[in-house]
Write a new protein. Structure first.
Lengths: 324, 374
């Protein structure tokens, strides 16, 4: 069986859902003729035509707004942000129009907003950000951020079928770097469910997206030192799978949260609060976090490498926590 | 081609104008009695634009009002009780008290998409509705309104441009009431006619007298049919005047008194009454009957609203997500096969017919470095 990349898995999800349901349409900048800046939508225009693969002006507000209007007539639009950083241009449309529609007016908006996020590719401050927490702080949205090809495909298919607006973050570093065999038959991965990527008894790392891979690398290294680290991949940030996090921490008694997002206001704070509230008695040490710096993403390679978390930093934090 | 209403339609327009005006007068009284929380945004002087434009839509068309377009909601089949309970925060309101003002809609029956406070947002949304209708083969038109102030937003320009590029069946009515809160339109835009912006998007734009309901209806009717037939979006600027403050709390002392007097003499309701009388479309008795009907309906609906309970506090926790509640089915009016392979397939290439209006040779010359005179 051929190995399928994270990027190709996303394309497969779009293709399968468009084959299955004519109400699924795509819109975004350069997604049609060009196939998308990263070629995620390559070949879809040829297959589904101009009405279902819509090249738009550079107008993120128009893209998100139009997708909302389409959803009210029964379509299931998938809007691409060429880079997820550009969702800032449509912040109002996402947080005020789309997110509040069901709560206020009982008008569901089944739509997906997807796009490449994350650093490590020297994209600079406007092509590398992790803006997920703006949206995790917005009731009414769902926020998904997969780490594997299998999950990317299964979660995107679930997101398209979900009746709520789903923000689907794709880590661009993983696009062509992670690959695996995927099942021949159709499958879905449910939203809102975390997964234990590596079991361990000594300490829990809660993480997501590209940092899952850095955490697994650290865990493999630490196993050689006699430390058995459990790695929990959140997969969905909103709604958060509290049970899986709490269950793991209750077994290991120690928690490290790792994310590529910047430190202040990152999801580590929310998870630390959750664990303090619900599992304080089970903790044998402080809750620690390894995150990016509280700065914009810098451009030059040594600066960006210093900005981002990595396996060595994660391993150092684990060793430190293990002393308690 | 300007259409004119039948006698029945002409009286219908009066009923909605009268109902709109009287309902807002009732709302203002309730506000002063402290029975309405939050803001109360009125449309006194602008009712002809709400009523006349909405009246031009067909039953399957889609509409999204702005906060002041109470008349459009009434034309679309909402009742005064919906507006009253909504402003009073009662459980019986269209949003069950979750939101106030005119922030409500009805996707299933009336095809009304709700507004939010951020102006301009509806223009891309209605562009999407128009595109979806066309995609489904429905031949519908989407209509929305924006103020002179709201036409300064990015969403206005992004939405209208996208609609134009897509040739979406969208009718956008700029309700130029001269004031954006306290800021006059001359401080919003450096052009006299906001409809002039249509040219920048390659679509049709026109200026009309927003205080003449027949002119509004006729222009909207023509625009709706043009958009429906595939002519692309139409921008209508209806000139009018906000005869109150921005909302009930605002005494509008910044508005020159003479300006109020000028526009008071052009009141849309009085003008239309005069038209009906002069053209013998009604008599005293007919007018009295319609007015009595309006009063009776308002009294009934006020009693309904005042007797409606507030929502239970726990309702605040419910409905953030749609779980098993999604009932919107796409209404396909064309064969789905047309949008599925192999019928849907195309050659993925742009057709560039005129090379941007210059020949490749001209372009090369344009871009050649110019001689620099020393």
């Amino acid at each position: 069986m051929p190995l399928v990349t994270y990027l190709e898995a996303i394309r497969q999800a779009l293709l399968e859902e468009m084959n299955r349901d004519p109400s699924v349409v795509l819109l975004g900048e350069d997604i049609g003729v060009y196939g998308g800046a990263f070629k995620v939508t390559a070949g879809l225009l040829e297959r589904f035509g101009w009405e279902r693969v819509i090249d738009t002006p550079i107008s993120e507000t128009a893209i998100i707004g139009a997708a909302a209007g389409m959803s009210y007539l029964g379509l299931r639009p998938v809007a691409e942000m060429q880079f997820i950083d550009f969702i800032a241009c449509a912040f109002n449309q996402v947080t005020n129009y789309v997110a509040k529609s069901h709560y206020l007016r009982g008008a569901p908006i089944p739509m997906v907003i997807r796009g490449p996020a994350g650093g490590g590719v020297h994209g600079g401050a406007f092509h590398s950000a992790n803006p997920e927490m703006y949206f995790v702080h917005t009731p009414g949205l769902k926020v998904v951020y997969p780490s594997t090809a299998y999950d990317a495909k299964g979660l995107l298919k679930s997101a398209i079928r979900d009746n709520n607006p789903v923000l689907f973050f794709e880590h661009k570093l993983l696009y062509r770097r992670v690959k695996e065999e995927l099942p021949e038959e159709e499958y879905l991965v449910p939203l809102g469910k975390a997964v234990i990527r590596r079991p361990g008894r000594d300490l829990t790392i809660v993480t997501y997206a590209a940092m899952v891979h850095a955490s697994l690398e650290a865990a493999a290294q630490l196993a050689g030192e006699g430390l058995e680290v459990e790695v929990v991949d959140l997969r969905t940030l909103l709604p958060l799978d509290r049970e899986t996090v709490l269950e793991s921490v209750r077994r290991t008694s120690k928690l490290l949260v790792v994310h590529e997002d910047t430190r202040t206001g990152g999801i580590a704070g929310e998870i630390a609060a959750l664990v303090s509230e619900a599992a304080f008695d089970d903790l044998d040490g402080p809750i620690r976090r390894v995150t990016s710096l509280d700065t914009p993403v810098p451009f030059s390679p040594p600066l960006e490498a210093h900005f981002l978390p990595n396996a060595a930093r994660i391993a150092a934090a684990v060793r430190d926590l293990a002393k308690y | 081609m300007s259409a004119s209403p039948t006698r029945e339609q002409a009286l219908d327009l009066y009923y909605y104008l009268r109902l709109n005006r009287s309902l807002e007068e009732l709302l203002a009284r309730l506000f002063k009695q402290d029975k309405i929380g939050g803001g109360l945004y009125g449309s006194r002087g602008q009712e002809a634009i709400s009523v006349g434009a909405a009246y031009a839509l067909g039953p399957d068309d889609w509409m999204a009002p702005m906060v002041r377009n109470i008349g459009a909601l009434l034309v679309r089949g909402f009742r005064p009780r919906d507006v009253l309970t909504q402003h009073m925060g009662r459980i019986t309101s269209p949003t069950q008290g979750k939101d106030g003002t005119s922030h409500f809609g009805d996707l299933a029956v009336r095809h009304v998409i709700a507004p939010i406070s951020m102006l301009g947002d509806l223009i891309p949304v209605m562009t999407g509705a128009a595109m979806a209708g066309r995609y489904l083969g429905q031949k519908i038109v989407a209509m929305t309104w924006i103020g002179d102030g709201g036409s300064s937003t990015g969403a206005f320009h992004e939405g209208l441009n996208f609609a134009a590029v897509q040739k979406a069946p969208l009718v956008l009515v700029i309700e130029n009431n001269q004031w954006a809160y306290s800021t006059p339109v001359s401080r919003q835009a450096a052009i006299r006619d906001l409809a002039g912006r249509a040219r920048a998007y390659g679509i049709e734009g026109q200026v009309i007298d927003g205080n003449d309901i027949l002119e509004v209806w006729s222009a909207a009717h023509a625009a709706v049919e043009q958009a429906r037939e595939g002519g692309g979006p139409v921008l209508i600027e209806a000139k009018t005047m906000r005869m109150t403050g921005h909302a009930q709390h605002d005494a509008a002392e910044y508005v020159p008194r003479e300006m109020f007097e000028y526009w008071k003499a052009r009141d849309p309701l009085e003008r239309y009454e005069k038209h009906l009388t002069e053209n013998r479309l009604w008599d005293e008795k007919t007018k009295a009957e319609v007015d009595a009907r309006v009063e009776r309906e308002l009294a009934e609906d006020l009693a309904f609203a005042e007797n409606s309970p507030f929502p239970p506090a726990e309702l605040a926790e419910q409905g953030v997500y749609c779980e098993g509640c999604h009932t919107i089915e796409a209404n396909w009016r064309r064969p789905k096969e047309e949008v599925m392979p192999p019928k849907s397939s195309v050659t993925a290439a742009w057709t560039v017919t005129d090379f941007g209006n210059v020949t490749p040779r001209d372009q090369a010359q344009d871009q050649a470095p110019k001689k620099v005179r020393r």
